[in-house]
Design a protein around this ligand. Sequence first.
Ligand code: 5GP
Length: 113
Amino acid sequence: MAKTLFQRIADGEIPAKLVHQDDRCVAFHDIAPQAPVHILVVPRAPVARIAEATPAHAELVGHLLLVAARVAADQGLRDGFRLVVNNGRHGGETVPHLHVHLLGGRPLGWPPG
Ligand code: 5GP
């Protein structure tokens, strides 16, 4: 099966501004930032979206959230931040590879659009 865009970034085949990498995930700046800090945390495993995750992915999904919080601290987001997981068409998903958006650096409105 063809690699997803985010698998190709994780494998170093497409350049990205990495801020974290480990054996299970990578984190890099979004190409079209929606906030002063907009980083994507992406598992190396090709899980399409959170709705496709299974109990076997529980530890991985937890790891993604913990990495996102650590990166938020590294980025100096002391006034807060938001983690977002878009799922499917109504959720605004455009890349079919699970990812956590880390947004911060300005007050974020609620509810989201
Ligand atoms: P989604 O809409 O699926 O939740 O999020 C996909 C995100 O990936 C979008 O925020 C989009 O700007 C970002 N993105 C798409 N293509 C690239 C790329 O080639 N490099 C980087 N760094 N981000 C990308």
